[in-house]
Ligand binder design. Structure first.
Ligand SMILES: [Cu+2]
Length: 142
């Protein structure tokens, strides 16, 4: 009986630590003019680090909660690191390639409150269809 209690205690500790753990998720720029993770689900307080594994790309936020608090677009070919403290959906793109659909979504804390704002961002047709695909993915694996 005691062993069972201890086991329960340990497993609940593991669950708690997973929910609050500070993690860094790494996303590469790829040779296909895309991000290696197109839809990232992360916890509040997690960091995303973009790595320039392929030349000619960057990160520019297009929508998200508290846009004013987000960093300006990153330099081309630079490592970029952002800590996400506000729950919601963030849309970003690569400045030279976002019109061709080099976009990424980050869902922080499984919160979709600003989905309509993200959905209504003005983009050319090709990028719009990519965005719609990413939104579908984000909802299917949330
Ligand atoms: Cu690019």
């Amino acid at each position: 009986m005691h062993k069972l209690l201890i086991l329960c205690f340990i497993s609940s500790l593991l669950v708690i630590s997973k929910a609050f753990s500070v993690e860094t998720i790494r996303i590469d720029f790829t040779e296909h003019d895309s991000y290696s993770i197109e839809v990232a689900h992360i916890n509040i307080g997690n960091t995303i680090e973009w790595l320039p594994k392929n030349e000619g790309h960057n990160v520019e936020f297009l929508a998200g909660p508290g846009m004013n608090g987000l960093p300006p677009k990153s330099e081309i070919d630079a490592v970029h690191s952002v800590v996400f403290t506000a729950p919601g959906i963030y849309l970003y793109g690569c400045t030279p390639h976002q019109n061709m659909g080099m976009l990424g979504l980050i869902i922080v804390g499984n919160d979709f409150h600003n989905l309509e704002e993200v959905r209504n961002i003005k983009l050319p047709q090709v990028a719009k269809s990519v965005l719609n695909r990413l939104i579908k993915i984000s909802q299917s694996d949330s």
